[in-house]
Design a protein around this ligand. Structure first.
Ligand code: DHB
Ligand code: FE
Length: 281
């Protein structure tokens, strides 16, 4: 049977991708950001998953405002790197896992979560920047990746509670796949940031660190936090953090092992948060 071994949480700041692509990651501004992922890159090599289930948000790249799925699972064999206005990032294409993705869609939809099935889409910085942070600059990503896109751009966006429960349904789906796959689930986006309006540039270290504490120790309680608290405390784009609850819901009920925790301000307009949690067994 397949099983979820660990979850990874990370911000997806597009400027991080640009820093890496342009060779600026050793400059004084960026060095502390990448230093926070040195352990993680080693950890990923030492604990290689067979598949990464990557929860992220599209930024009006694959889905324009014409069509906005709340939850969309990528079932393709391959996903191209999107052109977000400056040409596609010079990173490898994403190889999917159609059979496993179709199984998860089947199981989760039968479990009452109505997913959109996507057989073709390009993936933007929401997905490729977390891969770059965790893998560096390889010629191919280390394993197949199932992209799972969540609408956190156009309201109404899903509640934290719905995201957490969806994670639990994904856990059940993984556990009934009849192949011994080691699966990691990644929750991405966040932390506090606001990109527009009078509060642009907002950062809230206290909120972010409390969010990390509660994600580790009290995810069910955290999942009941209403949207307004994210937006008021963590800025309009801080709402991306609901995606972290999907990954957390997919973890075992037993307390996780905290393998790594990192927090840094600033990276472009955002706070960077990062966690690696392992399942105890
Ligand atoms: C920035 C952050 C984001 O999450 C994003 O999607 C776009 C821009 C920023 O910090 O500039
Ligand atoms: Fe974003």
């Amino acid at each position: 049977m397949a099983r979820i071994t660990a979850s990874v949480y990370t911000s997806h700041v597009p400027a991080i991708g640009a820093a890496l692509d342009l060779g600026k990651h050793t400059e004084p501004y960026w060095q502390p950001v990448f230093a926070g992922y040195e352990f993680s890159r080693r950890w990923l090599t030492e604990n290689p998953p067979d598949v990464i289930f990557l929860v992220y948000n599209d930024h009006a790249t694959a889905f324009s405002l014409e069509m906005i799925p709340t939850f969309a699972i990528g079932t393709a064999a391959r996903f191209e790197v999107a052109d977000e206005g400056w040409g596609p990032r010079p990173v490898p294409p994403v190889i999917g896992h159609p059979e496993f993705a179709a199984h998860i869609a089947q199981s989760v939809i039968q479990d009452d979560f109505d997913l959109t099935i996507v057989n073709r889409m390009d993936v933007d910085h929401g997905l490729t920047v977390p891969l770059s942070l965790m893998c560096g600059q390889p010629t191919a990503w280390p394993c197949p990746v199932i992209p799972f896109a969540v609408n956190v751009v156009q309201y109404p966006v899903p509640s934290g509670r719905r995201c957490y429960q969806l994670g639990q349904a994904i856990r059940r789906a993984v556990q009934c796949f009849d192949e011994p796959l080691k699966v990691q689930i990644w929750g991405t986006g966040g932390m506090s940031h606001q990109l527009q309006g009078p509060r642009a540039g907002l950062i809230n270290r206290e909120f972010d660190n409390r969010f990390l504490d509660r994600l580790i120790a009290d995810p069910a309680g955290l999942s009941t936090m209403p949207h307004i608290d994210y937006v008021r405390e963590a800025g309009s784009e801080g709402i991306e953090l609901v995606m972290w609850l999907i990954a957390r819901g997919a973890m075992d009920d037993a307390p996780p092992v905290v393998r790594h925790r990192f927090y840094h301000v600033p990276a472009s307009n955002t706070a960077v948060g990062h966690l690696i949690l392992e399942n105890p067994s």
